[in-house]
Design a binder for this molecule. Structure first.
Ligand SMILES: *Cc1c(COP(=O)(O)O)cnc(C)c1O
Length: 388
C-alpha cells in the first residue's frame, strides 16, 4: 500500500473516542449537560489547577480569560511577536491594545529581557502579560510573573501548545505562577475535541466569572444571585457575556482524549527524541529548536532552524520538495505585528529576534500516529532537499 501523506500534525482518534461521542449522541444532553462538567473536573485535575472552565475554542479561552481578569478599554497587553494571531486578537476583543514583545531568535519565546523592553515601550497601563508556550516549550514563568506583578499586570499563559509540558515540576495549566492559562483542543493540538478550549485558574472568583461569561453572562448559582426571588425560573444576567460554550459532544471527545494524554505525551517525547538524535549530524545547517532550562516539554510542534542561505535554497523550495515526497510542513508563525491589520494599527515593528526566528523556522511532522521510522525518513528527505 502506498504510504499516505504525512501532514505536519493531525489528531489521533481511536474506538474509545468514537464510543464516548456515540454515548453522548444516544443520551439526553447534546450541550449544557454532564459531559461538560465531567471534562472540566477531569481537566483541572490533569493539569493540577483548582478550576478549569471549558469553552468553544482556544481563541474564546483567551478572550474569556482576559475579560474575566478585567482587561478593558485603554489597557495594554504584552504579547510575543511569534504566536498565533489569536493571542493578540484577544486583547483587541476586550478593547485593549497589544504591545508586541520580541522573542529569542533560537527558541521563539518571549524572555525576561524582551518582556522588560516591551513593558518599557508600552504606553498606558499594562494589565496582562501573555507568554506563549511556543511548540510546547516555556520560558522562566516565575521570573516573568515577578516582572508582571511589579508592572501591575497579571500573567496569562497562552498554553494552547503546551498541555503535558511541565515547568519546575508544575504542569503547565496548574497556574503556579499565573492568574490563568488557556488551552485549545483544535485537531492539530495535542488533545482534539473538533473545536474546543479551556481556561484554568486557581482563583474561585475568576472561575465563577469565566463560567458566567461563557454563557451570556448568566449566573446560574442561586447563592450568587443579587435578587433572592424564590422563583424556580429565576436566572440573572450579571454581565455582558457570549455563547462560548463547549457542547457535550465535544466535551465527551475531549474527555476521552484526556484519558489518553499520558500515552500522547510519551509518544510525542519518543518521536521528538528520534528527531533530536538525527539532527545532531545535520548541524549547523539544520538545528532543532533551542531548549530552555527547567522545562520538560511535551512538544506540540517540531520546528527546526534551517540556514536556507547557506544551503542555497529558499524555504518555499524546501517545502515544495518535501511535499513532493509526501511530507507536509508549516511555518509557525509569520510575526503577528507584520499582519496588515496590526501594521495599519501600530506601524512597522522593529523586533529583530522575531525576524531572525521567522526567517529560519520550519515545522516538521509531529503527531501521535507517526511510525517509529518517520522522523528518520523526514530528516533524510530534508537533508536531500538541502543538498546535504
Ligand atoms: C491554536 C492556538 C490558539 C487558538 O486556538 P483555537 O482553538 O484554534 O481557537 C491560540 N493561541 C495559540 C498559540 C494557538 O496555537
Amino acid at each position: 500500500m502506498p504510504r499516505s501523506f504525512l501532514p505536519y500534525g493531525r489528531q489521533a482518534i481511536d474506538d474509545s473516542d468514537i464510543d464516548a461521542v456515540v454515548d453522548v449522541l444516544r443520551g439526553d444532553w447534546l450541550t449544557t449537560g454532564p459531559a461538560v462538567d465531567a471534562f472540566d473536573t477531569a481537566f483541572a485535575a490533569a493539569v493540577g489547577a483548582e478550576h478549569a472552565v471549558s469553552c468553544s475554542n482556544g481563541t474564546t479561552a483567551l478572550h474569556l480569560a482576559l475579560a474575566a481578569l478585567g482587561v478593558g478599554e485603554g489597557d495594554s497587553c504584552i504579547v510575543p511577536a511569534i504566536t498565533f494571531m489569536a493571542t493578540a486578537n484577544a486583547a483587541r476583543y476586550c478593547g485593549a491594545e497589544a504591545v508586541f514583545a520580541d522573542v529569542d531568535a533560537e527558541t521563539g519565546l518571549m524572555t525576561p529581557d524582551t518582556l522588560a523592553e516591551a513593558l518599557e515601550r508600552a504606553d498606558g497601563p499594562v494589565r496582562a502579560v501573555l507568554p506563549v508556550h511556543l511548540a510546547g516549550q516555556c520560558e522562566d514563568l516565575e521570573g516573568m510573573a515577578r516582572q508582571a506583578t511589579s508592572a501591575g499586570a497579571v500573567l496569562v499563559e497562552d498554553a494552547c501548545h503546551a498541555v503535558g509540558t511541565v515547568f519546575r515540576g508544575a504542569p503547565v495549566g496548574s497556574c503556579a505562577w499565573s492568574a490563568a492559562a488557556t488551552f485549545s483542543f483544535h485537531p492539530v493540538k495535542t488533545i482534539a475535541a473538533g473545536e474546543g478550549g479551556a481556561v484554568t485558574t486557581d482563583d474561585a472568583e475568576v472561575a465563577a466569572r469565566l463560567r458566567r461569561l461563557r454563557s451570556h453572562g448568566i449566573e446560574r448559582d442561586p447563592s450568587r444571585h443579587r435578587r433572592r426571588a424564590g422563583e424556580p425560573w429565576w436566572h440573572e444576567m450579571q454581565a455582558l457575556g457570549w455563547n462560548y460554550r463547549l457542547s457535550d459532544i465535544q466535551a465527551a471527545l475531549a474527555l476521552s482524549q484526556l484519558k489518553r494524554l499520558p500515552e500522547f505525551v510519551a509518544r510525542r517525547r519518543t518521536l521528538a527524541q528520534a528527531y533530536d538524535r538525527v539532527f545532531v549530524d545535520m548541524a549547523p545547517l539544520v538545528q532543532p529548536l533551542a531548549r530552555t532550562p527547567d522545562c520538560e516539554p511535551c512538544l506540540h510542534l517540531y520546528p527546526v532552524r534551517i540556514d536556507f542561505e547557506r544551503a542555497g535554497i529558499s524555504r518555499a523550495g524546501v517545502m515544495t520538495a518535501l511535499r513532493e515526497r509526501g511530507i507536509g510542513t508549516q511555518v509557525h508563525y509569520i510575526p503577528v505585528p507584520d499582519q496588515p491589520y496590526y501594521r495599519d494599527r501600530y506601524g512597522a515593528a522593529c523586533l529583530p529576534g522575531a525576524g531572525h526566528y521567522y526567517a529560519r523556522t520550519l515545522s516538521l511532522p509531529l503527531f501521535v500516529g507517526m511510525d517509529d521510522e518517520d522522523p528518520l525518513r523526514v530528516a533524510a528527505a530534508l537533508g536531500e532537499a538541502l543538498g546535504l
